[in-house]
Design a protein around this ligand. Structure first.
Ligand code: FMN
Length: 182
């Protein structure tokens, strides 16, 4: 079945490691017949949630006008969500985290998302994959809370410079993962 896959990227570095990993995944998913939308949170102006509880009460998902108004409809159209991100302080980068925080509007606004599954693609500087435990655990608990099936996690460690991922098998793994989305 063809899916509508929303890929939320977290890096402000265009063409960097996680951006390339996102593109490899997208190439694979498109070969498998899926539709993909890439949304680069690092380019956007999405502020943190202020818990005003006014979600969807003024016609928009968030009462504070920012770029979440363009992300919210993409979330509503998606069957699958993929987080493609660098590891920042062993967690999500602020821009991506602010976007995730605003998923709260769907809870408060009682709007059901049709997203059924998710994946995490993450690159980081450290070699030791256990240092990714924070972001992976956070991702998995979010998936469980949202009732999204966790379709998989790809970790590519040991990357510092923008093109370092080209020296690894990360892009091949990302593309193969995309191709295997059913
Ligand atoms: C603000 C900042 C925080 C970072 N924090 C971590 C970290 O906690 N652990 C780590 O292994 N790498 C950390 N890194 C390195 C990046 O995760 C790594 O270089 C990643 O591959 C960058 O991905 P990108 O090229 O897509 O931006 C950090 C980089 C930046 C700029």
């Amino acid at each position: 079945m063809s899916k509508n896959i929303l890929v939320l990227t977290g890096s402000p570095r265009k063409g960097g490691n996680s951006d390339k990993l996102a593109d490899a995944f997208i190439a694979g998913a498109q070969q498998a017949g899926h539709t993909t939308v890439k949304y680069t949170t690092g380019d956007k102006n999405i502020k943190g949630c202020i818990d005003c509880q006014a979600c969807f009460k003024k016609g928009t998902a968030c009462s504070i006008p920012d770029d979440f108004s363009e992300l919210a409809p993409l979330l509503e159209q998606a069957d699958m969500i993929v987080f493609a991100t660098p590891l920042y302080w062993f967690s999500f980068p602020a821009q991506l985290k602010a976007s995730i925080d605003k998923f709260y509007s769907f809870l408060i606004g009682k709007r059901t998302l049709k997203i059924k599954e998710c994946a995490l693609l993450v690159t980081g500087g450290v070699e030791d994959e256990t240092k990714f435990d924070g972001i992976v655990t956070s991702y998995k608990i979010i998936a469980e809370f949202q009732n999204w099936k966790d379709s998989g996690v790809i970790i590519v460690p040991g990357l510092h410079d923008k093109d370092d991922i080209l020296k690894t098998d990360g892009l091949q793994r990302g593309e193969a993962f995309g191709k295997n989305i059913l």
